[in-house]
Design a binder for this molecule. Sequence first.
Ligand code: GLC
Length: 729
Amino acid sequence: MVLIESPHGFALTLKNGRRLFVSSPSKDAFRIREAGVDSSKAPSLHLNVNREKDGVRFISHKASLLLHDDGSIAICKSGRLIAAASPIIPPASSIEKDGLSAKEGHKPEGEFSFSKEGYAFVNDSPVYGLGDKTGPLDKRGYSYVNWNTDDPSAQVDTFKSLYKSIPFFVMFHRSESIGVYLDNTGRSLFDFNKNDSRRIEVSYEEGLLDLYLFVGSLIGVCESFSSLVGRPPLPPRWSLGYQQSRWSYGDEKEVEDVLANYREIDVPVSVIHLDIAYMEQYEDFTIDSKRFPDFSAWAETLLRQGVHLVTIIDAGIKALPGYFMYDEGEKGNHFATLKGRIYHNEVWPGDSVFPAFIKVKTQQWWASHVEKLLNQGVSGIWNDMNEPASFKGPLPPDVDMGGLPHSLAHNIYGDRMAKATYMGFMKAKRRPFIITRAAYATTSRYSTMWTGDNQAIWDHLRLTIPQQCNLSISGVQMIGNDIGGFGGDTTKELLIRWIELGLFSPLMRNHSAYGTRRQEGYAFDEETSRIYSKAVHLRYELIPYFYDKLREAEAHGTPVYRPLIMNFPSDSRLVDENTEFMIGEALLVAPALFPGERFRSVYFPGVFYDFFSGKRFAKGDHLVNVPLDRIPLFVKRGSLVPLGEKGTSSPEFGATLRLLTTKGDASYVHYEDSGDGLGYLNGEFNLFQIEKKKAALSVSYIHEGMKTHYGAIELVDFQGHEKKVLFGF
Ligand code: GLC
């Protein structure tokens, strides 16, 4: 093999004439790409090279990659083989081809040929990641297609695709896991040990090979992946408060009634979402002046009560001459075209056209409208229908979305819409709060995400844990689902269990569909309202911990919503744990997940304490009571957990930092800033190193960039005893 070194890595030609480049984007990662792929997407660190019998070994800081001249690869660390893969040309395959559902008259998903040369990995260990796909935490035995899909039917284990495409997965080993990222924006097929119990097959329909391989612990691999694709910006602190939505609160009065009803049952609300009815005729960037006669003044009044407005913006633009977005978009060539003419399909506004979001010029145009909307008093933007959804059949593959055909643009369409929205926040000099339904691997750097249209069914309550753990592994940290379920009528018990689980989602929002029964926390009986209030108050108390974890995610890419195996990698009991999860390294949640469930088994992988009573649980299985009003939350021994002031209804920093402690020494990094705005990017924040040894506590600044909010620190033990410890702030 002839080897040529360039600043972008080594170029070589395989036996079959295929030309590849090998580089090292970080000290624990390798990149293999075909000639023609943009090299600038990732840095290229120094690699040592050894020629071997039938290949070349590339040696990085942490591991080595042996590339044989037939294209097969082996990754070794400390002389041990830890991963191997060989090229495959999969047979032309199809989804649902000759399938039962087609026979029964349903529309088949179509025939797709994944005939591009992909890779088959030797694997029999647990597999995690791949974004939002349905099914259990461990993906072995399932195959999935990355193709952003809006399918209104109940999302079940047999679904191949959902709203997001994050072509990244991890083959888990207790010491060295391997992360695999296929950066291909077209349709790709990932078969996790389904066709062959010892193989994972990765293949794709179009485009060129661009494959990244990461080596390290599960958490380390996640951090490296997120540093490559972009880390999630710290959200404004108010967005960690309780968010209420419904399709659709129709006018000012309805929103005010919702807020008043919540006040009555003592539930603080930090965010109200306005779904499509706030617009005129579903026209983006308009506000119906009959329903919202003085929107800005009204928004200002709500803000004074601590309530932020988030407005929905859909991808499809109403095709109506005279509507400014249509006219400007047509004039500026901002719409996707087919054979040179603006392409039309149908979404909520009826006949619609689609911004060519791949084009930077179109992103800038969009950003200027986002900026204007923000300046009218809106605090956050909710991006929807951006797969893009299309009611009159799928967009043809050759629709030009702004320099890329739909077949390659589809999976990044929502990503670029999120980017354009983010650019609007930057123009307005505001800390971004964006929620998107469709996403690609890079979307977290712009936007938070919700999991789309779930249903008010117990299966979807249970799906929360594996789905959000896998999203978190895939780099998405500010994540949540529709509490209570979007479609269908929720029940009292389901809503209670969902708020008790949903309070631990970084993005905590109750949302429901048009025509379903009302599911705000006050919509049932006194008992439901009381439990709802208790759950939301617990969330507000935990905001300081969530904010720290999200800051860590921005700084290091560290997952927030974690499967237990991430914190306890040597405990094989945990490889497919779907009913418990952790927030960061300290909190373990074991919710009730079935109707009528009043006690459940909880497995503790170490010593934990009940968050409320302080009861100690040794490593092992325990039976735990879960009456309707019990939130099964546990704290790991040796933790420090920052808490908000007792009973607080505010997401903002208080004057006292309360620290929950357990037995055992502990060390913790706590972050403080103004809670909103962009000043923290210029160093306006404090970072504290907190150490607890025996009974002694020490606090020191790692970074001091602003006057602290805190006058005191209180140590809290489980009996609720608060010991005031004053520091010289
Ligand atoms: C889509 C969204 C949903 C929203 C509805 C109306 O179905 O996923 O959240 O309420 O559109 O805008």
